[in-house]
Design a protein around this ligand. Structure first.
Ligand code: BG6
Ligand code: MG
Length: 221
């Protein structure tokens, strides 16, 4: 029986992962006059702000002093926050509110396991905060996704063993993190990228609790 549901946010609850990459692109264009290739979008998905910037600079083979690194992170976040200004409840991805309602109806506890420090602001803008019994704080965990830490913290926040939880993710790093936490991983995206997920759906409108429960039951047999 599923007792807890651990949600990623960007790309699962709202389509904000595209805004993250747009902000990185604009930052790199302005500061270094370089265009980031599409492939870096998936490589930075689910990955913390600092780890994403490091991956981008490594890719571009650019070395910056610590002070500039921190300045770049601030600038990226300012660009990202600008794109969130218009975010409204109607921007919640299809099927998410229905899934949250279904989980709540079955008394399955809900927690957020997002790498984003902006997650509480986004949940508030979407008017979804009340569904969440716990929001794991990415600033308090040792290692970011693909390490399991944020999912373990989210499960702990609702006092449910990770093996009794499902985790929902749209990124490669996120699915790796759920699997490492030994929860049941539900991927939203393509088999090419998220083949390691225990259950895969094409998009959030296909996140149906009865289907997830059936697959979860088979998995633990
Ligand atoms: C993840 C996003 O949810 O949060 C990443 O997929 C992002 O792209 C990470 O880097 C950290 O987000 P923030 O809002 O703290 O910069
Ligand atoms: Mg995501």
């Amino acid at each position: 029986m599923i007792q807890g549901a651990l949600f990623d946010l960007d790309g699962v609850i709202a389509d904000t992962s595209v805004y993250h990459f747009q902000a990185w692109r604009a930052l790199i264009q302005t500061n270094f006059h370089k265009k980031l290739p599409d492939e870096l979008e998936q490589r930075t998905k689910g990955v913390s702000r600092a780890d994403s910037l490091q991956a981008i600079l490594d890719f571009l083979q650019i070395d910056v002093p610590q002070k500039q690194f921190e300045q770049l992170m601030i600038e990226k976040n300012q660009l990202y926050l600008q794109s969130l200004e218009q975010l409204q409840p109607k921007d919640t991805l299809p099927g998410i509110v229905a899934l949250l309602e279904a989980l709540q109806a079955q008394k399955i506890k809900i927690a957020l396991a997002s790498a984003s420090r902006n997650a509480p602001t986004i949940l508030a803008k979407l008017q979804l905060t009340d569904y969440f019994a716990a929001i794991a704080d990415p600033a308090q965990v040792q290692a970011g996704k693909p390490a399991p830490d944020i999912f373990l913290a989210a499960a702990q926040g609702i006092a449910v063993a990770p093996k009794d939880c499902i985790g929902i993710e749209d990124s490669i790093a996120g699915i790796q993190a759920i699997n490492a936490a030994q929860a049941f991983s539900v991927g939203v995206g393509s088999a090419q990228e998220l083949g390691a997920a225990d259950l895969l759906v094409d998009d959030t409108s296909q996140l149906k609790l009865d289907i997830i429960q059936t697959q979860f039951a088979k998995h633990i047999q």
